[in-house]
Ligand binder design. Structure first.
Ligand code: ZN
Length: 123
């Protein structure tokens, strides 16, 4: 389910089963928008946020950054497997290569490299 438009600097995020859209979502092409929604829906379907909470409350700190980053790659993979590889690569190419990177979140460049390994035929 898609909820209100956010006036903040993110494209989209999922919170409690809702997908929240930032202003920058609305400048994307239709195929990029579908890919972003598919990525966020994958986070919801795989209960990624709940898993993170579970890791915290059960103090499973080991490799927690790597597991969070793997959730991002997994959401990308699922979106690509569902036919959104091209739209996702197009969206990620819009972002500056090193933007959004953090210990919890791979950079657009890392996500592109991961996707093109598996979905090279799409480019
Ligand atoms: Zn994500």
């Amino acid at each position: 389910m898609i909820a209100a438009r956010l006036g903040i600097g993110v494209t989209a995020m999922s919170v409690g089963g809702l997908i929240l859209l930032g202003d920058s979502f609305f400048v994307l092409t239709a195929s990029e928008q579908l890919a972003v929604i598919a990525h966020e829906q994958a986070h919801i379907d795989r209960r990624h946020a709940l898993r993170r909470v579970w890791w915290l409350v059960t103090m499973q700190w080991r490799n927690i950054y790597e597991r969070c980053r793997e959730q991002e790659f997994e959401a990308d993979r699922i979106a690509a497997q569902n036919g959104h590889a091209k739209g996702l690569l197009s969206f990620l190419s819009r972002l500056s290569p090193e933007s959004d990177g953090s210990p919890l979140h791979p950079t657009p460049q890392e996500r592109i490299e991961s996707l093109t390994k598996e979905f090279a035929h799409v480019r």
